[in-house]
Design a protein around this ligand. Sequence first.
Ligand code: 13P
Length: 253
Amino acid sequence: MRRQMVAGNWKMHGSRAANQALLAELEMSLKAEWPIDIVVFPPYVYLGDAVRMLEDGRIAVGAQDVCAESGGAFTGQVSAHMLKDVGCSFCLVGHSERRRWYHEEDALVARKFAAALEAGLTPVLCVGETLDEREAKQTEAVIARQLDAVIATHGVGGFARAILAYEPVWAIGTGRTASPEQAQAVHSFLRDRIHLQDAKIARHLRILYGGSVKAGNAAELFSMPDVDGGLVGGASLSAEEFQQICAAAAVRH
Ligand code: 13P
């Protein structure tokens, strides 16, 4: 059985003091014996603080983005090796906010995915359709395109060391969650697509759901057979609510 994972994407929220307080609360409230993996994704500038505060390793630390280049004259960018160097073990790639506001296209996302793997980070590849795309019945075509761009560039092998996250854009920050059945349908479509290339990788690949996951809906989402945990935005900014979401994941393991 795949081990459930709960990941908190803090986006561009908080301050140094607020985020340290949140980390301290999380450390106290998350139970060491829960058989799940927990990761937080603070803003870049607070990654060092997070790594220091979470030294015991119960909660892993990841970055919200990564540069596709390995180093050089790329002002403002942060390489995968630098993230690894400061103690990160994960990074998000292709989050819909990066695709939308910073015009990241599939080919760039595929290069970021490869850069993360090459540096020894676990990439969390985010895919998802907009509301217009869903209403035009394009959901499968869109997420297949986003996934295939990575497979086409680097083969399916990288998914043995990666995580996939389905985040329907219409459910992010809107309070409108995909129903458990909608999430399951897309997750199983994604797993089947990987299965076409490699059955073993497909069986072990963790596929997280993201988009308005809350304490109140986590258990039913996580009860779906192909939903292996959550990528949580807003609700990860409250230690109490994040803890309840982790507790829901720990029940189904
Ligand atoms: P919300 O949980 O705030 O909808 O955000 C989801 C998300 O984008 C996580 O990466």
